[in-house]
Design a protein around this ligand. Structure first.
Ligand code: AHG
Ligand code: MN
Ligand code: MN
Length: 348
């Protein structure tokens, strides 16, 4: 079975509403045939890398790989061993694909460039998201945004990616949890694939993925930062406590919190927080290129919204490859409710 094609054992693969990777790419809008082939090859490499990372994660505790690598990344954050493993896995596969001209990563200060004879794209990735969960075998993810490269010469690869950041063609996340899921979004739809560990490939799950009607009742936010939020965010959280029908869910991994809210309805917030004891990110903790843009693209394709509290995420100019932003992302109803209660403009 080739990756992305239904596995022999996945009975649902034959059901109504399943799309293989190539069928999904064929229905994606605004791409030439050559671009479709290039995107399909990139998605095939991402699914191959996800399968390899999933296998390595399962063996992590036995191989003593759930801790730190001992050094800091460009973000000044402690790098987990699996941050490096995932980085090397995806960089190796995407670099060898001949379809990725520039790769920017949360784990590398500078872009990597690769020779591409034919149509190619730029990719921004968070190779391992939620890595603080590794020590306790909690859910983690990988996140990718695929931008249409303008094809200009790559004298300044970082600028080439920043200039293309508003032209997202496809966004992907992998969730490594009780199952390993691959969620792929084009502008017109979101589809989900599950790793079949026996057949060693991803099989399509039926149907389009969309936020549920009504928007759900889940709010995901790290309330430990309450005293460091601005007044609008505190007003929103205070209002929640006077409301009966909501529940809090927060696991410290954007991919897991986003995925649960996508399926059940809800909103994830990581607002800017004022510095305290030398820590804090007034501009927001999460990264625009590697986390906010891909999740915002997926949310919009699934009928949701995403803002930094002032501007729709997909309208924010990218000025630095490691730029951080505040992020409010989820079902339309919940994001609009945040805006009304926090006094923020609606991201529509
Ligand atoms: P990463 O592991 O790629 O650095 O991402 C961690 C991010 C995100 O996944 C999560 O939502 C957030 O950090 C959690 O931050 P706090 O622990 O500060 O709540
Ligand atoms: Mn992350
Ligand atoms: Mn990461």
């Amino acid at each position: 079975m080739t990756r992305g094609e239904p596995s022999k054992t996945a009975s649902h693969a034959k059901n109504e509403g399943c799309l293989t990777l190539s069928e999904l790419v064929d229905r994606a809008p605004e791409m030439t045939g050559a671009e479709r082939q290039a995107i399909l090859e990139i998605l095939d490499k991402i699914s191959e890398g996800a399968r390899d990372v999933a296998r390595r994660l399962a063996m992590g505790p036995l191989h003593g790989l759930t801790g730190s690598s001992g050094h800091l990344n460009v973000q000044g954050e402690e790098v987990q061993a699996f941050d490096e493993i995932a980085q090397d896995t995806f960089s190796g596969l995407l670099g060898a694909s001949g379809r990725v001209a520039v790769l920017v990563s949360e784990e590398r200060e500078h872009p990597e460039t690769f020779p591409c004879p034919g149509p190619s794209f730029y990719v921004a990735m968070d190779p391992l998201d939620g890595s603080s969960n590794l020590a306790v075998s909690g859910p983690v993810g990988s996140i990718f945004a695929i931008f249409r490269g303008a094809g200009e010469s790559l004298r300044d690869p970082a600028k080439a990616v920043l200039d293309s950041a508003s032209d997202v063609v496809c966004a992907v996340y992998v969730l490594y949890s009780v199952a390993t899921l691959l969620v792929i979004a084009f502008r017109n739809e979101v589809r989900m694939y599950a790793l079949d560990p026996v057949a060693e490939g991803f099989a399509p799950l039926p149907g389009k993925v969309r936020f549920p009607d009504g928007g759900g009742q889940i709010v995901s936010i790290n309330s430990a930062n309450y005293t460091r939020w601005d007044a609008g965010v505190r007003r929103y959280v205070d209002a929640l406590h006077s409301r009966s029908s909501w529940s809090g869910r927060y696991v410290g991994a954007l991919v897991m919190d986003f995925h649960r809210n996508l399926l059940k309805g809800g909103v994830f917030l990581y607002p800017g927080d004022l510095p305290k004891d030398g820590k804090g990110h007034p501009e927001g903790k999460l990264r625009l290129l590697f986390e906010a843009i891909p999740m915002a693209f997926i949310a919009r394709a699934a009928g949701g919204l995403a803002t930094n509290g002032k501007t729709p995420i997909l309208d924010i100019p990218a000025t630095h490859i490691h730029q951080r932003v505040a992020l409010v992302v989820g079902s339309r109803e919940r994001v609009l409710e945040y805006c009304h209660l926090a006094g923020a403009p609606e991201p529509v």
